[in-house]
Structure formats: structure tokens, C-alpha cells
Design a binder for this molecule. Structure first.
Ligand code: PAF
Length: 281
């Protein structure tokens, strides 16, 4: 397995391959790989000649320094996991200094309001950080196709907007949320859950399934009230927000309008671990 730690070395290696017409798939990650990431990587390996996986805990997208410090990192295990999919995967694991040319800072983006709600509101600067790192990664890897999980649905819509705004010739492929058998959405942060909080966390998806059922017959406001009450009554979980929003605009929805698509978005703390999930309604 080839592991590149500088953007110059990766560029030098992939440029001739691209020039010879090889199709490149790209999976950007922050490492601590789980089955959700591996589903994205398998998708890329099956549909491209080359797959590049980046493993980079991007400092500019963390609004909380403690979260950045505690973010799980295990490059050796990540490489071993990727090896089980294909030894030909190219891993890009730069350090922040090389990646950002010594100046670790975000660029400012206007994503037409997609960045101002939900995660954008609760994690100031987060989507500037995501936009900055993904745009730079796209410039380095120049993929034909890039794969993003629907767990971070707002991020996925923002990446589509980034590609559109900068006219990047990259196809964005959304991949459905990968869940553990008990329903918990796969996340690198799950590794940090205590056994007690891990046992409690599948409740989040149970609530989302109820949301999906209730929203067929009840107003969105009633459904919001249901979620607030049911999580408030749980001894181990704390709700940061629950929102029902239009899938395209991500703006909060008051009522269902025929022809539009909606999703329920939730963020819950299980102890000090912030868990995010969503469901199509
Ligand atoms: O979803 C993630 O893991 C990150 O936000 C991403 C897209 C790799 C950018 O750092």
C-alpha cells in the first residue's frame, strides 16, 4: 500500500496515471476508519481505476479544541483496514503544516445559506473549514468522482454546492448511512463512547424512526415537540438540536409541501460525545 505524506509526492505519482486516462475515485476521511468509511472506499474501488483515500484530521473544521484533541487517530489500523479492501489504494496522510503550506487557516465561503443552519449555527466556522480542506484536497487529487456519506447530510449538500460554485469537474456520489446492527449510525466518535453511553446511543435512531412514522400524520411542530420531550426524559442523552428541514435548501420546514423532500436532523450528546444522525421523511 502506498502512503503519501506530502501533496507534492502524491501529485507526482498520480499525474502520469491520470494523463494515461485512469479514472480516479476519492474518499476524503479524517481516519479512525469504520465500516461506513469502508463502504465508501469499496464503492470507489469498484467504480474507478485508482482510489485515493485521504486521512487527515483537519484542524480548521473544529470549533471545539477539546474535540480536535480527543479525535481518535490510528493511522496504522486505518492502513491495515484499507489493505483488506485493496492493496492498490493510495493513502494520502499529510501533516497540517505541509497541507496548509505553513498557514493553518480557513477561507470564507458563501454556500447560499446552506452553511448558516444546523451544524453551521452550532459549530461556527465549521463549514468554512470543511470547504477549505475539501477544495484543497480536490485541487491536489483532481478526482473524477468523490464519495461522501449521508450521515453528514448538510456537509454533503455543501460539497455539492462547492463543486457547483467553483465549476469543478467532479461527480459527487452520496452513500447511505451505514448503521451498526442496533441502528447506531457509524461514526469515528463512537469509539469514544463509554460502554454505558454506547448502550444508550441506539435510542437516537429509534427516535428518528418514530419521527418518520409520526411525520406522516402529525405537524412538523408536533414531531419536534415529541423529540424534545422524549430525549429530555432519557437519563443519558442530551439533545443539542432536532430540526425538520427541506432536503435541498436545508431551511427549517413549517409544513409539508407536496413535491418537496424533507429530512429530520438530530444532534445528541451521549456523555461528552457529540453524535449526529438524520432520516429521510
Ligand atoms: O466528513 C469528514 O470526515 C470530514 O468533514 C472531511 C470531509 C474528510 C473533511 O475533513
Amino acid at each position: 500500500m502506498k502512503v503519501f505524506t506530502t501533496k507534492e509526492a502524491l501529485r507526482e505519482y498520480i499525474l502520469p496515471l491520470k494523463q494515461s486516462g485512469k479514472k480516479t475515485g476519492f474518499v476524503p476521511t479524517m481516519g479512525a476508519l469504520h465500516d461506513g468509511h469502508l463502504a465508501l472506499v469499496k464503492n470507489s474501488v469498484e467504480n474507478n481505476d485508482i482510489t485515493v483515500v485521504s486521512i487527515f484530521v483537519n484542524p480548521t473544521q473544529f470549533d471545539n479544541p477539546d474535540d480536535l484533541k480527543k479525535y481518535p487517530r490510528d493511522l496504522e489500523t486505518d492502513i491495515a483496514l484499507l489493505q483488506t479492501i485493496s492493496p492498490d489504494i493510495l493513502v494520502f496522510a499529510p501533516d497540517a503544516y505541509n497541507f496548509y503550506d505553513g498557514r493553518i487557516a480557513s477561507q470564507s465561503f458563501d454556500f447560499d445559506g446552506l452553511e448558516q443552519v444546523m451544524e453551521g449555527k452550532h459549530r461556527p466556522g465549521h463549514f468554512d473549514g470543511v470547504g477549505t480542506v475539501v477544495k484543497k484536497l480536490f485541487e491536489i487529487v483532481q478526482p473524477d468522482t468523490a464519495y461522501f456519506g449521508e450521515k453528514d447530510f448538510q456537509q454533503l449538500q455543501i460539497i455539492k454546492k462547492l463543486v457547483q460554485k467553483f465549476s469543478l469537474p467532479i461527480q459527487i456520489v452520496p452513500v447511505p448511512i451505514y448503521r451498526a446492527a442496533d441502528g447506531l449510525a457509524m461514526s469515528s466518535r463512537n469509539k469514544r463512547l463509554t460502554p454505558m453511553h454506547r448502550a444508550a446511543a441506539p435510542f437516537i435512531y429509534q427516535v428518528l424512526r418514530q419521527v418518520s412514522l409520526l411525520s406522516q400524520s402529525q405537524s412538523f411542530d408536533k414531531v419536534r415537540g415529541f423529540v424534545t420531550n422524549v430525549i429530555a426524559a432519557h437519563p443519558l442523552l442530551e439533545l443539542e438540536y432536532f430540526e425538520i428541514a427541506n432536503e435541498d435548501s436545508l431551511q427549517s420546514a413549517k409544513e409539508k409541501i407536496a413535491g418537496n423532500k424533507y429530512r429530520g436532523f438530530i444532534v445528541v450528546y451521549a456523555g461528552d460525545v457529540r453524535l449526529i444522525d438524520n432520516i429521510e421523511l
